[in-house]
Design a protein around this ligand. Structure first.
Ligand code: FMN
Length: 211
């Protein structure tokens, strides 16, 4: 059966973006492995998403049958973004670290797609993620390095946050590749090609069949 990949980009830096180059590499390899596959591209820097407010929250917590036309309008973008998540088998996220966390456009997206009885449920009393059987790859770029075991590791709120949000929504098969030290590329201390080489290799390894 043909598969669908959802690509979610969140860097404002277009062509020069490290995370966008990584998602591009991933998508090309994914297409190579899924010739009849479909790719949905969701560029969060080219998507109007408003912050959630009291009216939006009230709409989201109103049972569908009782929602007013105005409430349905408020939830339209959220419905569209959730439909993309449901229709894809796999997700790839490009995430630049901004101020030790995710870019604000990605947080806006998360607030739209984390919806009770749509992507998570408390029906049994315990939280249950409703995005089941999905696989996610998260490609993070950061100016500094936040490697495990170093003093800086606790400053990294990107990976732990995304791991938690995705697991809460049911996406427990999530793997992370971090392009740390990107500031050395920006300052010209490290050339772009040698910076990307091991990262592209790590992505390629995800597409090699396990021996
Ligand atoms: C607004 C802004 C905030 C940033 N905050 C951090 C940060 O907190 N820690 C860090 O290591 N790098 C930080 N950086 C550097 C970026 O993470 C780095 O340049 C990365 O390559 C950005 O990914 P991109 O090229 O895909 O946009 C920041 C960059 C910008 C533009």
């Amino acid at each position: 059966m043909s598969k669908t990949l959802l690509e979610v980009d969140s860097s404002p830096l277009g062509e020069g973006s490290v995370s966008r180059q990584l998602t591009h590499e991933f998508v090309e390899m994914w297409k190579g492995a899924n010739h009849d596959g479909r790719v949905i591209t969701r560029d969060l820097n080219a998507t109007d998403i408003v912050p959630i407010d009291a009216a939006w929250i009230a709409a989201a917590y109103t049972p569908e049958a009782q929602q007013t036309p105005a409430q349905r309008d408020l939830l339209r973008r959220s419905e569209q973004l959730i439909a993309e998540l449901n229709s894809a088998d796999e997700y790839v996220f490009g995430v630049p670290m901004h101020n030790f966390s995710v870019p604000s456009v990605l947080k806006l997206w998360i607030d739209q797609i984390a919806r009770v009885n749509k992507t998570f449920s408390y029906a049994t009393g315990k939280p249950e993620g409703l995005l089941k059987g999905k696989k996610a790859t998260i490609l993070i770029s950061s100016g500094g390095r936040y490697d495990q075991g170093t003093a800086m590791a606790s400053w990294n709120f990107v990976e732990p946050y995304l791991r938690t949000v995705l697991a809460f929504l049911g996406v427990t098969d999530a793997s992370f590749i971090t392009a740390g030290g990107a500031s050395a590329v920006a300052s010209g201390k490290v050339d772009r090609a040698s910076f990307f080489e091991p990262l592209v290799e790590s992505i390629r390894a995800r597409f090699q069949p396990a021996l």
